[in-house]
Design a protein around this ligand. Structure first.
Ligand code: ACK
Length: 308
Protein backbone atom coordinates (compact mmCIF):
# COMPACT_ATOMS: atom_id res chain seq x y z
CA UNK A 1 0.00 0.00 0.00
CA UNK A 2 2.66 2.49 -1.02
CA UNK A 3 1.56 5.58 -2.80
CA UNK A 4 4.19 7.25 -4.91
CA UNK A 5 3.46 10.38 -6.91
CA UNK A 6 6.45 12.43 -8.12
CA UNK A 7 6.77 15.95 -6.76
CA UNK A 8 9.72 18.12 -7.86
CA UNK A 9 11.09 14.95 -9.36
CA UNK A 10 11.28 13.25 -5.96
CA UNK A 11 9.41 10.05 -5.48
CA UNK A 12 7.11 10.57 -2.54
CA UNK A 13 6.55 7.13 -1.19
CA UNK A 14 4.54 7.45 1.94
CA UNK A 15 2.90 4.39 3.37
CA UNK A 16 -0.86 5.09 3.29
CA UNK A 17 -1.08 4.27 6.97
CA UNK A 18 0.98 7.39 7.79
CA UNK A 19 -0.75 9.86 5.46
CA UNK A 20 -2.61 12.57 7.31
CA UNK A 21 -5.02 15.07 5.67
CA UNK A 22 -3.59 18.57 5.73
CA UNK A 23 -6.98 20.20 6.45
CA UNK A 24 -7.02 18.43 9.83
CA UNK A 25 -3.87 20.17 11.00
CA UNK A 26 -3.77 23.71 12.43
CA UNK A 27 -0.40 25.41 12.84
CA UNK A 28 -0.11 27.56 15.96
CA UNK A 29 3.46 28.73 16.41
CA UNK A 30 7.12 28.19 15.56
CA UNK A 31 8.98 26.20 18.22
CA UNK A 32 12.40 26.47 16.65
CA UNK A 33 14.35 26.86 13.46
CA UNK A 34 17.45 25.06 12.33
CA UNK A 35 19.68 25.67 9.36
CA UNK A 36 17.32 24.02 6.88
CA UNK A 37 14.26 22.99 8.80
CA UNK A 38 11.85 24.28 11.36
CA UNK A 39 9.64 22.81 14.05
CA UNK A 40 6.09 24.07 14.48
CA UNK A 41 3.55 23.54 17.19
CA UNK A 42 0.13 22.51 15.87
CA UNK A 43 -3.16 20.89 16.72
CA UNK A 44 -4.24 17.83 14.80
CA UNK A 45 -7.78 16.52 14.61
CA UNK A 46 -8.24 12.76 15.09
CA UNK A 47 -4.63 11.77 14.52
CA UNK A 48 -3.29 8.28 14.98
CA UNK A 49 -6.46 6.96 16.58
CA UNK A 50 -6.67 9.77 19.16
CA UNK A 51 -10.07 11.37 19.66
CA UNK A 52 -10.57 15.14 19.19
CA UNK A 53 -7.63 17.54 18.97
CA UNK A 54 -4.08 16.63 19.99
CA UNK A 55 -1.08 18.91 20.37
CA UNK A 56 1.59 17.84 17.90
CA UNK A 57 4.96 19.04 16.63
CA UNK A 58 5.44 19.41 12.88
CA UNK A 59 8.84 19.21 11.24
CA UNK A 60 9.04 20.94 7.91
CA UNK A 61 11.53 22.79 5.71
CA UNK A 62 12.29 26.48 5.47
CA UNK A 63 11.12 28.25 2.33
CA UNK A 64 14.61 28.43 0.80
CA UNK A 65 15.41 24.75 1.28
CA UNK A 66 17.07 22.60 -1.37
CA UNK A 67 16.27 19.16 -2.68
CA UNK A 68 18.94 17.63 -0.44
CA UNK A 69 17.20 19.06 2.63
CA UNK A 70 13.95 17.56 1.43
CA UNK A 71 15.65 14.19 1.07
CA UNK A 72 17.09 14.49 4.60
CA UNK A 73 13.69 15.28 6.08
CA UNK A 74 12.14 12.48 4.13
CA UNK A 75 14.76 10.01 5.34
CA UNK A 76 13.98 11.09 8.89
CA UNK A 77 10.40 9.98 8.23
CA UNK A 78 11.66 6.70 6.80
CA UNK A 79 13.62 6.00 9.98
CA UNK A 80 10.92 7.16 12.37
CA UNK A 81 8.27 4.94 10.85
CA UNK A 82 10.43 1.93 11.73
CA UNK A 83 10.85 2.77 15.41
CA UNK A 84 8.45 2.17 18.23
CA UNK A 85 9.59 2.61 21.81
CA UNK A 86 8.36 4.68 24.79
CA UNK A 87 11.66 6.58 24.90
CA UNK A 88 12.00 7.30 21.19
CA UNK A 89 10.01 10.12 19.59
CA UNK A 90 6.81 8.81 18.03
CA UNK A 91 5.79 9.54 14.44
CA UNK A 92 2.07 10.33 14.19
CA UNK A 93 1.64 11.07 10.49
CA UNK A 94 2.88 12.77 7.34
CA UNK A 95 1.39 15.42 5.04
CA UNK A 96 2.79 14.71 1.60
CA UNK A 97 3.98 17.49 -0.71
CA UNK A 98 1.39 17.20 -3.48
CA UNK A 99 -0.79 19.80 -1.77
CA UNK A 100 1.71 21.82 0.29
CA UNK A 101 4.98 21.47 2.22
CA UNK A 102 6.16 18.11 3.56
CA UNK A 103 5.05 17.82 7.18
CA UNK A 104 6.44 15.18 9.49
CA UNK A 105 4.02 15.07 12.44
CA UNK A 106 5.47 14.01 15.78
CA UNK A 107 4.17 13.69 19.30
CA UNK A 108 4.42 16.98 21.18
CA UNK A 109 6.82 17.14 24.13
CA UNK A 110 5.57 19.80 26.50
CA UNK A 111 8.91 20.56 28.20
CA UNK A 112 10.92 20.89 24.97
CA UNK A 113 14.56 19.82 24.79
CA UNK A 114 16.20 18.34 27.85
CA UNK A 115 19.11 20.77 27.56
CA UNK A 116 16.83 23.79 27.79
CA UNK A 117 14.79 22.18 30.53
CA UNK A 118 17.92 21.55 32.62
CA UNK A 119 19.23 25.05 32.06
CA UNK A 120 15.90 26.64 32.95
CA UNK A 121 15.72 24.60 36.13
CA UNK A 122 18.85 26.40 37.38
CA UNK A 123 17.19 29.78 37.30
CA UNK A 124 16.15 31.51 40.44
CA UNK A 125 12.41 31.96 40.03
CA UNK A 126 11.00 35.46 39.86
CA UNK A 127 8.25 36.43 42.29
CA UNK A 128 5.65 36.29 39.54
CA UNK A 129 6.74 32.80 38.65
CA UNK A 130 6.71 31.79 42.30
CA UNK A 131 3.19 33.17 42.62
CA UNK A 132 1.95 30.97 39.80
CA UNK A 133 3.92 27.88 40.64
CA UNK A 134 2.84 25.13 38.35
CA UNK A 135 4.44 21.95 37.22
CA UNK A 136 6.09 23.54 34.22
CA UNK A 137 8.28 25.94 36.14
CA UNK A 138 8.31 24.84 39.75
CA UNK A 139 10.01 21.54 39.31
CA UNK A 140 13.61 21.80 40.36
CA UNK A 141 15.59 18.95 38.92
CA UNK A 142 16.38 16.51 41.71
CA UNK A 143 19.18 13.92 41.76
CA UNK A 144 16.53 11.23 41.25
CA UNK A 145 15.32 12.98 38.08
CA UNK A 146 18.86 12.92 36.69
CA UNK A 147 19.15 9.18 37.31
CA UNK A 148 15.69 8.61 35.86
CA UNK A 149 16.49 10.63 32.70
CA UNK A 150 19.72 8.64 32.26
CA UNK A 151 17.89 5.32 32.73
CA UNK A 152 15.19 6.26 30.22
CA UNK A 153 17.71 7.39 27.61
CA UNK A 154 19.79 4.22 28.12
CA UNK A 155 16.59 2.19 27.64
CA UNK A 156 15.72 3.96 24.36
CA UNK A 157 19.31 3.69 23.12
CA UNK A 158 19.40 0.00 23.99
CA UNK A 159 16.34 -0.45 21.79
CA UNK A 160 17.92 1.55 18.94
CA UNK A 161 21.11 -0.52 19.18
CA UNK A 162 19.02 -3.73 19.09
CA UNK A 163 17.51 -2.66 15.79
CA UNK A 164 21.03 -1.71 14.58
CA UNK A 165 20.32 1.98 14.38
CA UNK A 166 23.18 4.34 15.16
CA UNK A 167 22.04 7.79 16.28
CA UNK A 168 25.29 9.76 15.69
CA UNK A 169 24.12 12.91 17.46
CA UNK A 170 23.15 11.81 20.93
CA UNK A 171 23.19 14.91 23.16
CA UNK A 172 20.86 16.61 25.65
CA UNK A 173 19.71 19.01 22.89
CA UNK A 174 18.31 16.01 21.00
CA UNK A 175 16.34 14.54 23.88
CA UNK A 176 12.81 15.86 24.29
CA UNK A 177 10.89 15.86 27.53
CA UNK A 178 7.20 14.95 27.41
CA UNK A 179 4.48 14.97 30.05
CA UNK A 180 5.39 13.21 33.31
CA UNK A 181 9.04 13.94 32.50
CA UNK A 182 9.30 11.14 29.98
CA UNK A 183 12.44 11.35 27.83
CA UNK A 184 12.16 10.85 24.07
CA UNK A 185 15.23 10.37 21.93
CA UNK A 186 14.84 12.50 18.83
CA UNK A 187 16.59 14.15 15.94
CA UNK A 188 17.47 11.42 13.62
CA UNK A 189 18.47 14.00 11.06
CA UNK A 190 22.03 12.81 11.08
CA UNK A 191 21.10 9.18 11.34
CA UNK A 192 20.02 8.75 7.75
CA UNK A 193 20.40 5.14 6.81
CA UNK A 194 23.57 4.37 8.62
CA UNK A 195 23.32 0.97 10.13
CA UNK A 196 25.90 -0.50 12.42
CA UNK A 197 26.53 -3.56 10.31
CA UNK A 198 28.06 -1.60 7.50
CA UNK A 199 30.48 0.26 9.88
CA UNK A 200 29.76 3.52 8.21
CA UNK A 201 32.52 5.93 7.20
CA UNK A 202 31.30 9.40 6.53
CA UNK A 203 32.49 10.51 3.13
CA UNK A 204 32.37 14.25 3.31
CA UNK A 205 32.74 16.62 6.21
CA UNK A 206 29.44 18.11 7.25
CA UNK A 207 28.58 19.83 10.49
CA UNK A 208 29.78 17.50 13.24
CA UNK A 209 29.14 17.73 17.00
CA UNK A 210 32.84 17.44 17.91
CA UNK A 211 32.54 17.59 21.70
CA UNK A 212 30.11 14.64 21.74
CA UNK A 213 32.09 12.55 19.29
CA UNK A 214 34.19 9.48 20.03
CA UNK A 215 37.85 9.65 18.93
CA UNK A 216 37.26 7.04 16.21
CA UNK A 217 34.44 9.19 14.79
CA UNK A 218 36.68 12.27 14.82
CA UNK A 219 39.63 10.49 13.20
CA UNK A 220 38.01 7.98 10.86
CA UNK A 221 34.34 9.04 10.59
CA UNK A 222 33.51 5.71 12.15
CA UNK A 223 30.09 5.68 13.82
CA UNK A 224 28.80 2.67 15.72
CA UNK A 225 26.63 1.96 18.76
CA UNK A 226 29.91 2.16 20.71
CA UNK A 227 30.49 5.72 19.54
CA UNK A 228 26.90 6.47 20.64
CA UNK A 229 27.96 5.14 24.07
CA UNK A 230 30.80 7.70 24.16
CA UNK A 231 28.24 10.45 23.43
CA UNK A 232 26.03 9.04 26.16
CA UNK A 233 28.94 9.59 28.59
CA UNK A 234 28.97 13.26 27.56
CA UNK A 235 25.20 13.32 27.98
CA UNK A 236 25.52 12.04 31.58
CA UNK A 237 27.95 14.91 32.17
CA UNK A 238 25.39 17.35 30.68
CA UNK A 239 22.70 15.95 32.99
CA UNK A 240 24.84 16.30 36.11
CA UNK A 241 25.91 19.84 35.26
CA UNK A 242 22.30 20.80 34.40
CA UNK A 243 22.99 21.44 30.75
CA UNK A 244 26.50 22.92 30.73
CA UNK A 245 28.55 22.85 27.54
CA UNK A 246 31.19 20.12 27.65
CA UNK A 247 34.97 20.78 27.73
CA UNK A 248 34.59 24.43 28.70
CA UNK A 249 37.52 26.50 27.48
CA UNK A 250 38.87 23.80 25.19
CA UNK A 251 39.03 24.55 21.47
CA UNK A 252 37.52 21.88 19.25
CA UNK A 253 40.67 21.57 17.14
CA UNK A 254 42.71 20.56 20.22
CA UNK A 255 40.24 18.02 21.49
CA UNK A 256 41.25 14.95 19.50
CA UNK A 257 44.91 15.10 20.56
CA UNK A 258 43.99 15.76 24.17
CA UNK A 259 41.65 12.76 24.22
CA UNK A 260 44.31 10.51 22.64
CA UNK A 261 46.73 11.61 25.37
CA UNK A 262 44.20 10.49 27.97
CA UNK A 263 42.70 13.85 28.91
CA UNK A 264 39.08 13.66 30.13
CA UNK A 265 36.71 16.17 31.72
CA UNK A 266 37.15 16.39 35.46
CA UNK A 267 34.54 15.25 37.95
CA UNK A 268 31.85 17.92 38.36
CA UNK A 269 31.60 19.04 42.02
CA UNK A 270 28.18 17.48 42.62
CA UNK A 271 28.99 14.20 40.83
CA UNK A 272 29.41 10.96 42.81
CA UNK A 273 32.53 8.86 42.20
CA UNK A 274 30.25 6.05 40.97
CA UNK A 275 28.72 8.25 38.25
CA UNK A 276 32.09 9.70 37.34
CA UNK A 277 33.52 6.18 36.94
CA UNK A 278 30.55 5.30 34.74
CA UNK A 279 31.01 8.22 32.35
CA UNK A 280 34.74 7.46 32.14
CA UNK A 281 33.92 3.88 31.11
CA UNK A 282 31.93 5.38 28.22
CA UNK A 283 35.05 7.38 27.31
CA UNK A 284 37.39 4.41 26.93
CA UNK A 285 39.62 4.82 23.86
CA UNK A 286 39.02 1.15 23.17
CA UNK A 287 35.42 1.17 21.93
CA UNK A 288 34.96 -2.51 22.80
CA UNK A 289 35.76 -1.79 26.44
CA UNK A 290 32.86 0.68 26.69
CA UNK A 291 29.68 -0.60 28.37
CA UNK A 292 26.62 -1.56 26.34
CA UNK A 293 23.43 0.49 26.65
CA UNK A 294 21.79 -2.47 28.37
CA UNK A 295 24.56 -2.49 31.00
CA UNK A 296 24.19 1.26 31.41
CA UNK A 297 20.44 0.85 31.82
CA UNK A 298 21.02 -1.68 34.64
CA UNK A 299 23.58 0.60 36.33
CA UNK A 300 21.07 3.47 36.49
CA UNK A 301 18.28 1.12 37.47
CA UNK A 302 20.38 -0.12 40.41
CA UNK A 303 21.33 3.43 41.38
CA UNK A 304 17.65 4.39 41.37
CA UNK A 305 16.70 1.37 43.47
CA UNK A 306 19.51 2.02 45.97
CA UNK A 307 18.46 5.64 46.11
CA UNK A 308 14.93 5.13 47.50
O1 ACK B 1 13.96 23.38 23.72
P1 ACK B 1 12.90 23.59 22.73
O2 ACK B 1 11.70 24.32 23.10
O3 ACK B 1 12.47 22.13 22.21
O4 ACK B 1 13.46 24.09 21.35
C1 ACK B 1 13.60 23.09 20.37
C2 ACK B 1 12.97 23.53 19.06
O5 ACK B 1 11.76 22.81 18.90
C3 ACK B 1 13.84 23.21 17.83
O6 ACK B 1 14.16 21.89 17.78
C4 ACK B 1 11.47 22.10 20.06
N1 ACK B 1 10.92 20.79 19.65
C5 ACK B 1 11.38 19.95 18.69
N2 ACK B 1 10.61 18.89 18.60
C6 ACK B 1 9.61 19.02 19.51
C7 ACK B 1 8.52 18.20 19.91
N3 ACK B 1 8.28 17.01 19.31
N4 ACK B 1 7.73 18.65 20.89
C8 ACK B 1 7.98 19.84 21.50
N5 ACK B 1 9.01 20.66 21.17
C9 ACK B 1 9.82 20.23 20.19
C10 ACK B 1 12.75 21.93 20.83
Amino acid sequence: NLDGPRVNNVNVQVDLKWRFPRHQIFIEQVLGEGEFGKVLKAKAFKISGRPGYSAVAVKTLKEDSRKQDYNDLFSEYQLLKEVNHPHVIQLLGVCTPEDGPLYIILEYCVYGSLRNYLRKSRRILSTTELAQLDDHISNRVKPRDILSFARQIASGMSYLSDIKLVHRDLAARNILLADNKVCKISDFGLTRDIYEDSAYFKKSKGRVPVKWMAPESLADHLYTTKSDVWSFGILIWELITLGSSPYPGIAVHNLYNLLKQGYRMERPPNCSTVLYALMNKCWNLDSNARPTFLELYHCFDNLLTDNI
